[in-house]
Write a protein of this length. Structure first.
Length: 201
């Protein structure tokens, strides 16, 4: 198996395991499964051998926007989360873990959606409400607003905002790649320039 293929599946594996670790852990009153898995994912993906130049920016963007969104849902009476740690009325720590996991896929196993972010919006508009439905059934979240309001907020609105995050991650990744290529070309041209100057001298 090629290293790139292996890294892709390990990244996606961490992402898929994040939901049960965070959501089921919260439903059962345990924070340590989320802490353990997300810490392992951070250690793996941010290792210098695997880290993408845009990982830290993407991670920060997803976590900050996620905190604002989830806190807004709580304050607006859309949903209520179990295990509201470390503080009441704001995004719980276990949910932050899910945003960390999502942010760490933006330049790796879900990098496809940096270009096809509209496809992400379409898929997430359906998948996100389903995910919250399952979370509600296991007791990790409670829908405290009418169903149509919850589905609207956690479906199209959530999907559109996260889709834009993928799009921005793609633009930043392209800028970083362009800067690296420019630097590489300069390094390649440097010996030629020095040779020409020596010949002139």
């Amino acid at each position: 198996m090629k290293r790139s293929t292996r890294d892709f599946w390990i990244n996606q594996g961490f992402f898929q395991l994040a939901w049960p670790a965070c959501v089921l852990g919260a439903a059962w009153g345990m924070l340590w499964p989320a802490a353990l898995l997300i810490s392992a994912m951070l250690a793996w993906q941010l290792h210098p051998a695997r880290r993408h130049p845009g990982d830290l920016r993407a991670l920060a963007a997803f976590v900050v926007v996620g905190f604002i969104l989830d806190t807004l849902w709580i304050r607006s009476g859309v949903v209520a989360y179990t295990m509201p740690l470390p503080f009441e009325g704001v995004q719980p720590a276990w949910l932050t873990g899910l945003w960390v996991a999502l942010g760490l896929t933006a330049n790796h196993s879900l990098a496809l959606f940096r270009r096809r972010w509209r496809l992400w919006v379409l898929l997430a508009s359906i998948g996100s409400p389903l995910s919250y439905t399952m979370a509600a059934r296991v007791g990790a979240v409670e829908w405290t607003a009418p169903d149509w309001v919850v589905v609207l907020c956690l479906g199209p609105v959530w999907a559109a905002i996260t889709g834009l995050l993928f799009r921005v991650s793609g633009r930043e990744s392209g800028a970083s790649s362009g800067a690296r290529h420019t630097a590489a070309r300069r390094e390649q041209n440097a010996p030629e320039t020095n040779t020409m100057e020596t010949a002139r001298g």
